[in-house]
Structures are given as C-alpha cells and as structure tokens.
Design a protein around this ligand. Structure first.
Ligand code: SF4
Length: 299
C-alpha cells in the first residue's frame, strides 16, 4: 500500500471506517516491519526528544558561533507584552526554541528536516501545555502529520535544496496544521483543508540561508510557520475551505519548486542570503569565524 494522495487516504479511511492515523499506522507497520506496540513506543520516544528540544531551547543559552542565532525562543518566552495573547507568544517561543536547539547542534527530530525541526515540537508542546491534549492524541497527530509528509514527498518535495523553503517549513507547517485540526476534533475533510490552506499560504517560499548556515532565516521561519499552521487550522475548523483541492495544491508546490532558480534552493546565493549585510557576514565568517560574534546594542 502507498499513500499517494489525500483523496485516496480519505477514501480509504472512509471505506474502512477508521481514523486517518490508523491508515498511517498500518503503513508504518508494513514498511518498517514493526508491531503496533513498537510504533507507539517509537512515537513516545520521538515526542520526548521534541519536548526536550523545546525545553533545552527555553532554558539553556542558544547562541551559535556565527552570531546568527541568539536566544530567540527565550526572548519570546519572556516577552513583556502580547500582541494577540500569551498563548500566541508561547507558540512562537516553543517553535523557535526547538529550532535553536538544532542550530546549536542539540538533539532534534528532523520532521521533516532539521531546518524545520522546531515547528512540530512547537505545536505539540503547545497542544499539551496550553490545551492539555492527552499524550495518546499527540501520537495520533504525529501519525497524521507523517501521512501528510508522505504524500508531499511523493508529489512535491520536503527538501529545501529541491523545492525551496516551502518544501521544508511549508511541509512541517502542513503536518502541524493537520495535527491541530485533529486535536480539536476536526473531520478528515477539515484536516485536508488545513493542509491545503497552509500550502496555499506558503507556496513559493524560497530557501536562502545566510552564509549557507541553517540558522537565518531558518529560526524565524520556524516561528512564522507555526503561525500560518495555526491560522490555517483555525480557518478549517471554522468551516472555511481552500477552494482548490489539497492534492492539486501539492502538485502546484512541486511545480513551483521545480521552476525555482537555483539561487533559491539552499545555495546561500539568493534572497536573504544575497543582501549586502548577509554577504558581508558570509565573507567575515569564511575568513574569521570569531569575528562574526556580535554584541547586543547598548540598552
Ligand atoms: S531557509 Fe532553507 S535551510 Fe532554512 S529552513 Fe528554509 S529550507 Fe531549510
């Protein structure tokens, strides 16, 4: 069995009268030759690593030698005021903290890639801490997210070097949006709409890491991606739709990625990476890494 499209996934679940996660669970059992108990145990391990990445990012210094990562998660967690709500700020903080753990060579889950490794930990931590979503439901969210990634991987890409940042943070946000809808009791169709709305809103995002380091804009994009995921899930749960079917948007994502100029595919030669400041940082890093450390401006 292969998961080839949302339409097929939803039809299969409907025909068998099982939840979407059950189809992915059986796929995993079949592909990996593992028992159901082994898959659940593995999901528990993965979630523990994700949680740890968030906690480490919130409690330990997260600064890279390049100076491009400097405790964004902690700054958000200690924000003196909230434009929307404390919860909104914490969602940002969780995602950015986990991604910073990756930038600082800490242990993360590459879901789907290291560059986007803060988004799902941010969303799952948010669901557990802010909405008391049970552990077992989070595992089911993870399976649904895996199903989303399986389809995108086949029809588009999950790699920035192939499809731009839409393929990395866009896919992670789509996986997270699906989990958010599921956790709040949304229907399979609403899960598909949340994925469609996420992709629609991240289509075309380029991959442009400064100096070729997966730090900037990567940490900031993990923050913005959870916001888009939450917005898409909120729209879907309210009954709004993307109008364009999710499977068509995934194909569009693949086409956009294929048409992208190589400068925008992890080469560090376009977009943010091509700005004069980024170019100067890259030159300094390549000639004198220590000189890249910069100090906060005076208070
Ligand atoms: S900018 Fe590139 S390296 Fe950074 S998260 Fe996006 S796809 Fe990954």
């Amino acid at each position: 069995m292969r998961l080839e499209s949302f339409a097929q996934w939803l039809a299969l679940a409907e025909e068998r009268q099982v939840p979407l996660w059950r189809i992915v669970l059986e796929y995993e059992m079949h592909q990996k030759g593992r028992s159901e108990a082994e898959i659940w145990a593995r999901l528990a391990q993965v979630l523990a690593v994700m949680r740890d990445a968030v906690q480490t990012g919130l409690t330990e210094p997260r600064q890279t030698p390049s100076g491009l990562v400097r405790d964004s998660g902690k700054k958000l967690a200690q924000a003196p005021f909230h434009i929307l709500s404390p919860q909104f700020t914490r969602l940002l903080a969780y995602a950015m903290a986990a991604k910073e753990t990756n930038a600082c060579m800490g242990r993360v889950v590459a879901a789907p890639t290291a560059g986007a490794s803060g988004i799902l930990p941010g969303i799952y931590t948010f669901l557990a801490e802010e909405h008391q979503v049970p552990e077992r439901t989070l595992y089911e969210c993870m399976l649904i997210g895996a199903g989303v990634a399986l389809i995108i991987e086949q029809k588009a890409s999950i790699a920035g070097a192939v499809g731009g940042c839409q393929a990395e943070t866009g896919t992670a946000a789509a996986m997270g949006a699906a989990g958010l809808v599921y956790a709040f009791g949304g229907t399979p169709a609403q899960i598909g709409e949340a994925v469609a709305l996420t992709i629609m809103n991240m289509l075309g995002l380029i991959c442009d890491p400064v100096a070729g380091l997966v730090e900037l804009p990567c940490v900031k994009r993990n923050g913005s991606a959870v916001v888009i995921a939450a917005a898409a899930a909120q729209m879907a749960l309210a009954g709004d739709t993307a109008v364009i079917p999710v499977d068509e948007l995934i194909v569009a994502m693949g086409e956009v990625g294929a048409a992208m100029d190589p400068r925008f595919k992890e080469t560090g030669m376009g977009g943010t990476a091509a700005t004069p400041t980024a170019q100067a940082i890259a030159r300094r890093l390549w000639t004198d890494p220590a000189a890249l450390r910069y100090e906060d401006p005076p208070e």
